[in-house]
Design a binder for this molecule. Structure first.
Ligand code: FMN
Ligand code: MN
Length: 459
């Protein structure tokens, strides 16, 4: 075990400082109700700055939201230009960096091991009208495989069930595999729920890897140095040292409790059902801890934490067979999962369709791909539609692939788990001269000058 000084750059507060300097942090002093009102404010500002609620009814804790709701804020949190986001995320997946254990970590400034009452302690908000109750939505669940001891991180919605119990929803994720294996060995699975993390740690938690590849090491790769972690007090686990709140506990074999409904990322409700339970044995926190809340349903913060690592994963894999792939956007309207817009440097006919095929084979959830030329910004929905309007001949450029395997999250799926997937090749047809597609606008150097001197036009 190494000891070291705490790295101030790796926590949520470091990101908040950068947001503030960039005009991307709104402080709300008016008291807000954690029941719906707080989430309503975050909906109203869904593409806006991070929002820090100074006064939350019934709680001494401050609450922050809209931390990861824009790509721009992720770039700010790591001092990256926007164009470097995708390469950095790919690097994060490819070049994991081992964690560093530190002592005297901020996340353990306050320790509660008796009379735990999570409902009182945490200002867990309610989000959608028909949600079963308040939910913890930003907790990273860290666990270790019962046999290999290898670590895993993932975010799961957690319903507040009782003073020290929370419901856990698990798709067939790595966590659920580890829980299942622990059950076969008749052991509880120890879990640390870590709330209030730097955007790099949040995105790393949703990165793709094999069972056994450690998302905390991917966070280290995003920072370019080891992520500092603290040894938990009551379980054999590590938590990000600068995390705001850590719930130490376990999930017991075979234990299930009714959970849900909850407004989910498709923008509709996940149904009520019997799901696993987390028992909290200890809470450790920073003094003056800040509670992070991610709005459920298809709010951009929920979508982007999932979509950005997914983009990097698909981009990295697609690039192998399609090197002229330039950029990718898993769109907000597509729930961050179902639709992708990609740009390519087209050199021959049929490449747009090849890109569609390549992407659709890489990810079960993806069901529609739009391909544009590299002069179109994949993150500008108006320009993407413009490309569709001016470069697509539907009978040639819209392609359908009936009965492909999909994922349960798609409620339109056929009974056999398939759905028709499709693509739009909105790249320039090469049989017309390039001038036909030339974008008419002012000369580039004049535009650059106006951009540079923009302030002068405002005074
Ligand atoms: C805010 C948020 C909430 C999430 N809730 C759940 C959930 O309730 N259940 C689930 O299986 N995945 C949920 N996810 C997705 C997982 O965290 C994600 O798929 C993760 O990469 C899985 O980790 P794994 O690859 O280690 O299994 C959520 C993601 C975010 C960003
Ligand atoms: Mn994993």
């Amino acid at each position: 075990m190494q000891e070291g000084d705490w790295d101030m750059e790796q926590d949520l507060r470091a990101a908040m400082k950068k947001f503030e300097a960039a005009g991307e942090l709104l402080q709300v002093r008016k008291e807000v109700d954690p029941d719906y009102e707080l989430s309503a404010v975050l909906w109203r500002a869904k593409r806006g700055p991070a929002v820090l609620f100074e006064k939350v009814k019934g709680s001494k804790m401050r609450v922050i939201g809209n931390v990861n709701n824009t790509r721009g804020k992720f770039a700010i949190s790591l001092d990256l230009p926007r164009s470097e986001i995708l390469p950095r995320l790919v690097h994060g997946m490819e070049k994991p960096v081992k964690v560093e254990v530190v002592s005297n970590a901020p996340c353990q400034q306050v320790v509660i091991e008796r009379d735990i009452d999570l409902a009182k302690l945490l200002p867990a908000p309610r989000v959608s009208e028909k949600d079963a109750g308040p939910y913890l939505t930003a907790g990273i669940l860290i666990a270790k495989h019962p046999e290999t001891g290898l670590r895993n991180c993932s975010i799961h919605r957690m319903q507040v069930h009782g003073p020290d119990t929370l419901g856990v929803n698990m798709a067939p994720t790595h966590l659920s595999k580890m829980y299942q294996r622990a059950g076969e060995l008749n052991e509880p699975l120890q879990v640390a729920v870590c709330i209030g993390n730097h955007p790099a740690v949040m995105l790393a938690s949703n990165m793709y890897g094999r069972l056994g590849s450690d998302e905390l090491e991917m966070a280290g790769a995003l920072f370019g140095k080891p992520l500092q972690v603290a040894k938990c007090r009551t379980i054999n686990m590590e938590a990000p040292a600068g995390c705001e709140i850590v719930l130490e506990g376990e999930m017991r074999p075979g234990e299930l409790k009714e959970e849900g409904p909850f407004g989910e990322l498709m923008g509709s409700y996940a149904f009520r059902g019997k799901r696993q339970v987390f028992h909290c044995k200890a809470v450790t926190m920073r003094e003056d801890a800040i509670y992070h809340h991610v709005v459920g349903s298809n709010h951009p913060e929920h979508l982007l934490i999932m979509a950005m690592p997914r983009e990097a994963n698909i981009y990295k894999s697609a690039k192998v067979t399609f090197p002229r792939l330039e950029d990718i956007n898993m769109t907000e309207g597509g729930c961050g999962l179902f639709h992708a817009v990609v740009s390519i440097r087209k050199t021959g006919e049929g490449e747009g369709k090849k890109a569609i095929l390549t992407l659709l084979t890489l990810n079960d959830l993806l069901k529609q791909v739009t391909v544009v030329d590299s002069d179109i910004d994949v993150h500008d929905p108006v320009m993407v539609e413009w490309a569709i309007a001016t470069r697509v001949r539907a009978e040639k450029d819209v392609v359908l692939f009936p009965d492909l395997k999909t994922n349960k999250l798609d409620r339109l799926a056929n009974k056999d788990g398939t759905i028709t997937k499709w693509g739009i090749d909105a790249t320039r047809p090469l049989d017309l001269p390039a001038e036909v597609y030339e974008y008419a606008t002012v000369p580039a150097e004049i535009m650059k000058k106006v951009e540079r001197d923009w302030e002068q036009y405002l005074s």
